[in-house]
Design a protein around this ligand. Structure first.
Ligand SMILES: C[S@@+](CC[C@H](N)C(=O)[O-])C[C@H]1O[C@@H](n2cnc3c(N)ncnc32)[C@H](O)[C@@H]1O
Length: 307
């Protein structure tokens, strides 16, 4: 990893080169002005002191765009994150900048890196906002591939509305910087394991069904990849108003990264992604603006139990 330092987090970007040689000595006024500029630039580009930094997991308490700006380009393997959805919750009144986050993610993700963006829409004046779609399409314009639109299915709607079916899902947009480096799918046992495989058919442009793979002599494998709708129960709502299920973060980490990779959550909340990154042998970086949530995340990491 060319852009990583020893602790596994991206290194600080320096704008000013202290070894730069000058053709002539600056005047006092010039030197003073330069010193002021240097301080401003250094302040702007300095990585904040981590709130927590242990066992390959680092948590920064601050605005995600400001913190991401201090990371090296091409330094993150996987991002698993969930931004605030429209204005559904304020998390202490902090604001965030979608365009800034999207541009920074594009800069810091490695080629082949993956961003899992978990999001849903608010309903305003009877209509869903469509913010989630706009975000996914904007990521595409910036350069990401919309590799997959996955669904997180939940057992119960968050609220009941007599005018429509109960909403039980959120989008999990899987965005990638080119072809994903890693896809290690979660497997399930095939009920028809060992059975002879029939041919696979595909319709051609005239709508006629034609054999695409003959599958002669092949038998169904014992295991196959699960589908892209994940039913995951969220039984953890005590720490944060919108905490991920640990299983959801874990399964994305297993699917799209390898041991030792760097996994980011730039809306870290109570730190589910960073906790599961550590549990799965990855390095982790969390960025969260609300100090109370940084403390919850740090406390979860301080616990001895990995799960
Ligand atoms: C949907 S929650 C994420 C919850 C997280 N997945 C978990 O498991 O706890 C979104 C989080 O983004 C944080 N946030 C909002 N604006 C932010 C900003 N500008 N920079 C960093 N974090 C921000 C909120 O405080 C909130 O904790």
């Amino acid at each position: 990893m060319a852009n990583q330092n020893g602790s596994g987090t991206a290194t600080r970007v320096r704008r000013n080169n202290s070894t730069e040689t000058k053709a002539s000595m600056p005047t006092d006024a010039e030197a003073e002005e330069e010193a002021e500029e240097t301080t401003e630039a250094e302040d702007y580009m300095s990585r904040p002191t981590p709130y927590y930094d242990k066992d390959g997991i680092t948590i920064y308490c601050g605005d995600n765009v400001e913190v991401l700006r201090t990371f090296d380009a091409d330094s993150i393997d996987l991002t698993v994150t969930s931004p605030p959805y429209d204005n559904l919750r304020t998390y202490g009144g902090h604001s965030w900048d979608f365009e800034g986050v999207a541009q920074q993610l594009w800069r810091v993700m490695k080629p082949g890196g993956v961003v899992v963006w978990v999001v849903a829409d608010a309903t305003v004046d009877g209509s869903e906002t469509g913010t989630s779609f706009r975000q996914a399409l904007r990521f595409k314009e910036i350069g990401f591939r919309l590799h997959d639109t996955m669904i997180w299915e939940k057992p119960e709607p968050a609220f009941y509305d007599p005018r429509r079916y109960g909403a039980v899902f959120e989008y999990m947009f899987v965005l990638s910087n080119g072809e994903p480096n890693t896809f290690d799918p979660i497997l399930k046992q095939n009920v028809t394991a060992g059975n002879k495989l029939g041919a696979t058919y595909k319709r051609n442009s005239s709508g006629v069904s034609v054999v695409s793979v003959a599958n002669e002599g092949k038998r169904r494998n014992k295991y196959g990849a699960i589908r892209n709708v994940w039913y995951v129960i969220n039984n953890d709502n005590s720490r944060h108003p919108a905490c991920f299920p640990e299983a959801l973060a874990r399964d994305h980490i297993l699917s799209w990264s390898n041991e030792g990779d760097v996994v980011l959550d730039c809306f870290n909340g109570s730190g589910t992604t960073t906790k599961m990154a550590r549990a799965m042998g990855r390095r982790g970086i969390g960025i969260e603006i609300n100090r109370d949530y940084c403390e919850i995340a740090a406390n979860r990491l301080r616990q001895k139990v990995l799960f």
